[in-house]
Ligand binder design. Structure first.
Ligand SMILES: [Zn+2]
Length: 229
């Protein structure tokens, strides 16, 4: 398990240090979960409709299977969303920004932008340069735990409800606002995903990646291996 300092733990997806990481695209194909039965998926995110959400890079898929095999009896991983197009990413980012603006009209554009990036990666950065959102690379996965009947276990807040948690109080991976049981489920999931090399985005307990720039930065790799697909 990686031992990250507090500064590294809280670094944002659009941090200049992350954006500076070069990408050596390895052209690995996307695997679509609808072609397999080992990793559960769905129902998809409510809005907007992402018809490609079950796609991810092959190594990401292989690692998910390895992680799932390490889970205690009675638990499985369930994919909420993996691949997301740049068009869809832009819509989601704007929604987040608009919602925050309604709640905090006193904030400047820069403040709203940075606040939005805590939950959604931008398509265009604050300085106007192009970003490569993790979900557009097939490297990022949003996952949670289910029981063997496919029922969602208590992870503190379900992904469908996170838009109501604008402060991120319940979303932060190490949230202290959730029940002891939910903390336990998060710890179980963290352990197996970290063990196979995934990196978590600390403001979202469900968001993990392997091979993108955030992963490279947090795990001290010199370059990322997946760019936008
Ligand atoms: Zn995500």
């Amino acid at each position: 398990m990686l031992n990250l300092s507090q500064k590294e733990k809280n670094i944002l997806i659009a941090d200049p240090a992350v954006l500076a990481i070069p990408i050596h695209e390895n052209n690995e194909p996307l695997i679509d979960l609808i072609t397999q039965k080992e990793i559960a998926y769905g129902p998809p995110a409510l809005l907007p409709d992402n018809t490609n959400y079950t796609k991810m890079r092959k190594t990401v898929y292989d690692k998910l299977k390895q992680a799932q095999a390490m889970l205690p009896q009675g638990l499985k991983l369930c994919l909420y969303e993996a691949y997301r197009s740049l068009e869809l990413q832009q819509i989601i980012f704007q929604e987040r920004y608009d919602n925050l603006q309604k709640l905090h009209p006193e904030l400047t554009h820069e403040e709203l932008f940075i606040e939005s990036t805590k939950f959604v990666s931008p398509v265009i950065n604050l300085d106007g340069s192009k970003n490569i959102p993790p979900h557009s690379t097939g490297a990022a996965i949003d996952v949670y735990l289910i029981d063997l009947e496919g029922k969602v276990v208590d992870m503190g807040i379900h992904l469908d409800d996170t838009y109501n948690d604008l402060t991120g109080k319940y979303c932060h991976t190490d949230s202290q606002a959730i029940s002891a049981k939910a903390k336990e489920y998060r710890n179980i999931m963290n352990k197996v995903l970290q063990a196979v090399g995934f990196i978590n985005y600390p403001t979202e307990y469900w968001h993990w990646s392997y091979g993108d720039r955030y992963w490279a930065h947090q795990s001290h790799h010199k370059f990322a291996i997946y760019g936008s697909v």
